[in-house]
Design a binder for this molecule. Sequence first.
Ligand code: LMR
Length: 393
Amino acid sequence: MLEKISVAPPDPILGLTDAFRKDTRPEKINLGVGIYQDETGRTPVLASVKRAEHLAWQEEPTKEYLGIGGDPLFTERIRDLVFGETLPANRSVTMQAPGGTGALRIAADFLHQQFPQATAWLSQPTWANHPAIFAAAGVPSRDYGYLTADSRAVDLNKMMDNLREAREGDVVLLHGCCHNPSGVDLTGDQWHTLADFFRKHRLLPLIDLAYQGFGDGLEPDAIGARHFAQQGLEFFTAASCSKNFGIYRERVGALTIATESASSIEAVTSQVKVAVRCNFSNPPAHGAAVVARVLGDSLLRQLWTQELDTMRGRIRDMRDLFAAEMQLAIGTNRFDFIRQQRGMFSFAGLTPAQVDRLRDEHAIYMVRSGRMNVAGMCAATLPRLAQAIASVL
Ligand code: LMR
């Protein structure tokens, strides 16, 4: 039977990492997968995380299963990190999940079970894994337009025009900050307009918050989620700790569901638990214990915040340097828009054929959509990167 199975195409993002590792050219540059790299091209463990891990290892009392909802210290502290004081505990539930992807999948499974007619609306463009996650959960998806024609700003009118076709109870996936792949974020006013729009049309927002702290800072990056909470909206938030704590392989994330009334919480919680139990049963403990410790200890938290500021600052610097190097390489300010964008990613505006040439001729890897991981750039190799891009334009 198994001989009938055909080979699946490599993952458009993680598949690049495999190809990059196999590339023997010493000058290779990886701008594919969204991981932060320092100036030397490494992704070291944060000092705050190392210290918390050491303490967690010394003091861990047991390796018994966590509850289905995860580590209560973690879920309480991650909820505070995302929502501050804006979300009342009695009309929300936060469940630990294996990474932001795990949180999205649990949300999708829950939605499919409870609202089998619902469609998920995704920004065009979006993270390559979003449609796959909803498809795997049996939730059909459709696109809404997100960017203006020049890809420099959000086209809110186009977005709402498309979403007027959504039916009551449909889910609208939004990027909380650092839009992946474009780096173009909703403004505060746009979040406000959308809150009213979703309430009026009875749509369920799902905010994917994978980069809190990588845009403008921990609080400004959460303005959308916090505004929806303050407005008393019913909505979902899938938060990830992969990037802001640099614990990619530990798989730490959280799904928060905010309800309109406290009376729904018991039923909602019980149904999400069903989705978790038949998926991964209960989440892994280590990474969440580390995050809980960092957030709960004032010194570790201060150290972590500084480390996060450093990562964000370096990405900003790379945006400026890249724009300047491109100006030198092509003689125009065509790439200056990169400076205004936020987070790890931006579009270089390259075609798939140009991206292939970068890989084949220059050992430079990026996603075929032309998405570059700015957090993978470093000052020493930027001139070569700019020259290579100029040569394929
Ligand atoms: C990315 O978009 O590169 C990251 O979110 C990593 C991933 O899992 O795709």
